[in-house]
Design a protein around this ligand. Sequence first.
Ligand code: ADP
Ligand code: MN
Length: 517
Amino acid sequence: MDSVGVAAAAPPDAGPGPAWQSKCPWGTPNTTSISCSLADVMSEQLAKELQLEEENAAFPEVVAVAEGPFITGENIDTSSDLMLAQMLQMEFDREYDAQLRREEKKINGDSKVSISFENYRKVHPYDSDSSEDEVDWQDTRHDPYRADKPTTTPRRGFIGKGKDITTKHDEVVCGRKNTARMENFAPEFQVGDGIGMDLKLSNQVFNALKQHAYSEERRSARLHEKKEHSTAEKAVDPKTRLLLYKMVNAGMLETITGCISTGKESVVFHAYGGKSATEDKVIPPECAIKVFKTTLNEFKNRDKYIKDDYRFKDRFSKLNPRKIIRMWAEKEMHNLARMQNAGIPCPQVVILKKHVLVMSFIGKDQIPAPKLKDVTLSSEDMKKAYYQTLNMMQQLYKECNLVHADLSEYNMLWHDGKVWLIDVSQSVEPTHPHGLEFLFRDCRNVAQFFQKGGVAEALNERELFNAVSGLNITAENEVDFQAEIEALEKMNEDHVQNHGKKLSTFSSDGDPPIYDE
Ligand code: ADP
Ligand code: MN
């Protein structure tokens, strides 16, 4: 606040100058050259003195013991208290308004949206700039405890309330200020209309509330994060981000370039491979990172693929949902490894970390190989693709002891002139209670695709099923065929029940023994 001579603060209607000047205790510039700032006038000391004067007015017989430069004890006219207070208030009001206008102008200057401080002032009478932190203003001349202090009192001011001139330690002012400062809490923190109702908060209460507001803020941040976590569609959750970051940081991955695919159950990213920590392992130049979604909904209906798979059965019941999702990633890894061993074209596993599976990228220069459903093949290539697929299905069944269980033109990529199998997290062993049904479904997809694709040699679904499984189901129509499949599954289940699961394990050297019995 500017230093203002008190004389300048005379209100226009303050009456003839000499009359009040002669009465005013400091209104004698010829006897003293001290000009005072309003800040000084509003010092705690002066406030005390003024209060004292007020008391003197009530008890005139007590002689005022004045200290300080302005109130010298001489010429004190206690009747001037009211006028003095009014003068001060008016000056403060004027100063405050001017300041407010400056702030308003400053803020609205560059902004398309103009803000009126009129309202703001009523709510935050002590602090006209919300961007200013209390720590800031305490260090400046604009310390509201000093210069702007009167604005903490209602703007109706001193009229009839001379005693309201108070000090910074005053409980009322402090309380109001604390109430107003509640507005600085996080927006979500409902403070109510404490100012409107002239609520006065003690420092203790204020501090407790402030602490609470901060912890509320942190809590809501955590909640928000959780929400983000569960609704994340494309972006991965913070924990996954950290996992990916660690892989890059460890040098295992060079860079993660972007997202290839967003499915219901997984998000797949492309990355350039880095250097392996161990020499025996070579990281492919391009990698695919399959992040299994940690939202559980989509996996719920896939439980049947895993909970009846004896490899995972025991663990399944003991695991929490998050761990079950990790099992999907684990399952895909194991299945890919089996396929790799059998020489089936498929991604090579690089590393598994929790629900994140890194494998070799099928494609080149960040462009993933097209799915069989998206690529237009010559009839020759189509035929080639068909025989290769038939071959792979047999290998998968006999050598890997696996049924893909989601095999279709969506999970076969065309790359380097051949078909690559991907997406094997749901693949099961043929002895899975529904393994043969899954196989039949796979066969139907494959047969239909290649038949529609014009491959005359393509077996129909039943022939394909028999060719892959080595079973000889002779049913002429699909309904009977499926009934026989289910009967076989039932037989197998009974066998498992009677002899224990170990007997149901197929050896990898040929046909499933259980159906041969
Ligand atoms: P989803 O369960 O979402 O179908 P997929 O394993 O099929 O998961 O991956 C989704 C898509 O990501 C695939 O259709 C394919 O386009 C791409 N993709 C997955 N793995 C690879 C890989 N190793 N190389 C190239 N592209 C891949
Ligand atoms: Mn898929």
